[in-house]
Design a binder for this molecule. Structure first.
Ligand SMILES: N[C@@H](CCC(=O)N[C@@H](CS)C(=O)NCC(=O)O)C(=O)O
Length: 211
């Protein structure tokens, strides 16, 4: 499999999941500005939506949308327990979290990346996002991971997007359950390996990213 990725973006989430599962994969760096891959291919021909992450499977099919990719990967190795079985109540709970992270947290950060955003709109989006962080904080006060069963693909996703708080001087210490959670996830060997691989990839070829 090939994972099309860009450092410091949401593609960190499937990258972590691939490493957690120990699946063989190749990382392909995408320049989000030029829409070209590090090996010179036209990324728009791979994902016409023009954004990472994209997963190219062995048969050449390409899967996009982070929540779909991480569930597909988790289901390749159900014994790893990164997603509860399809059809179970807990799987619906996982999907509830993935959707919340996608629309409310990932989607909540999105406008903040726009340097042209007027201050009033920025304040509105940031206040909205901070309310959602309050909800995450309440959930994490009750347990160590988003699902009761422990680390899941939802944690890989939440961790990946919460790392953006630093770009906007959003101090996660305001939500006391979040920093220890971030530390817990960061200590996972798959997470540090993914971050190291991303750093090495961007050092080889600096790219500008956006959400
Ligand atoms: N709905 C997509 C959104 C993916 C997305 O926002 N990707 C960002 C990086 S975090 C990106 O590549 N943006 C570049 C662009 O839109 O041009 C998903 O959940 O996978």
């Amino acid at each position: 499999m090939k994972l099309y990725h860009a450092p410091d973006t949401c593609s960190l989430s499937p990258h972590i999941v691939l490493r957690e599962l120990g699946l063989p994969f190749t990382l392909v760096l995408v320049d989000n500005q030029s829409k070209r891959t590090a090996d010179g291919a036209d990324f728009l021909a791979i994902n016409p939506k023009g954004y990472v992450a994209a997963l190219e499977c062995e048969d050449g099919q390409v899967l996009t949308e982070g929540p779909a990719i991480v569930q597909y990967l988790a289901d390749l190795k159900p014994e790893a327990g990164l997603a509860p079985p399809n059809g179970s109540w807990q799987r619906s709970r996982l999907q509830e979290w993935l959707n919340f992270i996608s629309t409310e947290i990932h989607g909540g950060f999105g406008p903040l990346f726009n340097r042209q955003l007027p201050d009033a709109a920025r304040d509105w989006w940031q206040t909205r996002l901070e309310k959602r962080l309050g909800y995450v904080n309440d959930a994490l006060r009750a347990r160590s991971h988003l699902l009761e069963g422990g680390f899941s693909v939802a944690d890989a996703y939440l961790y990946s997007v919460l790392r953006w708080a630093v770009f906007f001087d959003i101090d996660l210490q305001r939500w006391p359950a979040i920093p220890p959670y971030m530390d817990r996830i960061a200590q996972r060997p798959a997470v540090s390996a993914a971050l190291a691989a991303e750093a090495a990839a961007s050092a080889r070829r600096p790219v500008a990213n956006a959400t």
